[in-house]
Design a protein around this ligand. Structure first.
Ligand code: COA
Length: 387
């Protein structure tokens, strides 16, 4: 087989390149539908729970009642953080990006759990369950350490979404709020071969271990063009300051092409992100329960959406993605913006794990090429003769 490839073969950003076959996620970007292992995400978002979707992604099928109960018991028995992890969290500088802290903690968890190169389905599933179960505590403790608050203990009577809310804020939440966050975790859990999933898969394809693969995913997700977009979107709403400022701000920053509108656009969609409607509906249904501050941010975002939809962005078919809406939900839930991307990570670990397990079954080392356009045959002058 010829190894010759031509410049025309370059696909910058790997746009529209299939790297493998997959049974995990169908994204119908024309009809605006997403399926996890054949199940319609619109139905899962309404009728399932994040724990059940985690099972689906790890096992490729829905659990029986009995299997689900055992699964939940496993999650509950893993939720508490070991002393070593608590101590580590206290050593992490308070001013680092929370995602960097998450990266460190997951890496250390890998050190504690040992035998990282056991990449059988069972070993990977056990680690994924243990890791996702610990994520509410990891996220909350990193945040609490930063603001100097005591750690709370995870509660067995709460779901993972319920624990996230409780461990972060110490407050009891309305069932509609817990369901909202749970739905968000379902919607974020999987989305095909996106940048972070690819990063995790690349590492797994080298024969590396589970935790290294997950840490690679974390690294990719923290970028503002990917997972950090929900935080960046919120920062823009706050910067705008109120619905009355939207038009001027949009004119100066976005219409002038000085900046990109965070939370808008998606590599795959030139239609509305199919996940967005669930968030929008939740915001509309719960708006009357928000306090004045949250309502102002949400109204700013809704106004910005309206202005953007009457601008060049709509002409280019650039619509809000799910980060635009999740940022508003998280703000209304009184979650600090530092935890938005880590929450996305907690959910997406399930998708990364599904892809790692699937890919390594018929593993081919992922090793693309770069087309060389640099200089050739340059004369080497020994260091002592150089100026
Ligand atoms: N704000 C302003 N203009 C945008 C835009 C945005 N958020 N997203 C895309 N565009 C414009 C680009 O400027 C480009 O215009 P041009 O044709 O005049 O050059 C055109 O739309 C296509 O953009 P491109 O960057 O080529 O599309 P992409 O598919 O490579 O990019 C993103 C996808 C996500 C990187 C991009 O939309 C973006 O930067 N969005 C903001 C960050 C974000 O929300 N990320 C989360 C993704 S889930």
């Amino acid at each position: 087989m010829s190894m010759m490839i031509e410049k025309n073969d370059i696909h910058k950003g790997l746009k529209n390149i299939y790297v493998t076959e997959s049974r995990i996620c169908l994204i119908d970007h024309k009809k605006g539908k997403i399926y996890y292992f054949g199940y319609d995400l619109d139905v899962l978002a309404e009728k399932s729970s994040f724990e059940e979707v985690l099972y689906l992604l790890l096992y490729g099928r829905l659990p029986s009642k009995r299997e689900f109960n055992i699964f939940i018991d496993k999650i509950k028995s893993s939720m508490r953080l070991e002393e070593e992890l608590r101590n580590l969290i206290q050593l992490i500088p308070k001013d680092v990006e929370l995602m960097e802290g998450v990266r460190t903690v997951i890496s250390y968890l890998g050190n504690l759990n040992g035998n990282g190169l056991d990449m059988t389905d069972k070993a990977i599933r056990d680690r994924a369950i243990d890791l996702v179960a610990k994520m509410p505590s990891i996220i909350a403790y990193l945040y609490r350490n930063r603001v100097g608050e005591d750690f709370l203990e995870p509660r067995e009577d709460l779901s993972l979404a319920g624990n996230l809310l409780y461990l972060l804020t110490g407050n009891e939440y309305d069932v509609r709020d817990v369901k909202g966050l749970d739905m968000s975790l379902i919607l974020y859990a999987e989305h095909g071969m996106n940048a972070s999933t690819f990063a995790a898969t690349v590492v797994a394809s080298t024969g590396s271990d589970y935790y290294s693969s997950i840490v690679a995913g974390i690294g990719a997700l923290r970028g503002p063009l990917h997972g950090y977009a929900n935080t960046a979107a919120l920062e823009q709403f706050i910067e705008i300051g109120g619905p009355e400022n939207v038009e001027k701000w949009f004119e100066e920053n976005i219409a002038s092409r000085k900046r990109r509108l965070m939370g808008f656009g998606h590599r795959l969609y030139r239609i509305h992100d199919p996940r967005a409607k669930h968030y929008k509906r939740w915001l509309e249904e719960n708006m009357n329960r928000f306090d004045t501050e949250s309502r102002r941010v949400v109204e700013t975002a809704f106004k910005l959406y309206e202005v953007a939809m009457n601008s060049f962005l709509a002409e280019k078919n650039i619509y809000p993605n799910c980060d635009y809406w999740s940022a508003q939900m998280y703000y209304a839930l009184k979650l600090p913006k530092e935890v938005y991307t880590p929450i996305f990570a907690m959910s997406r670990i399930s998708g990364w794990t599904a892809h790692i397990m699937e890919y390594i079954k018929e593993n081919v080392l992922i090793r693309p090429r770069a087309y060389y356009i640099g200089e050739r045959d340059k004369e080497f002058i020994p260091l002592e003769e150089r100026e």
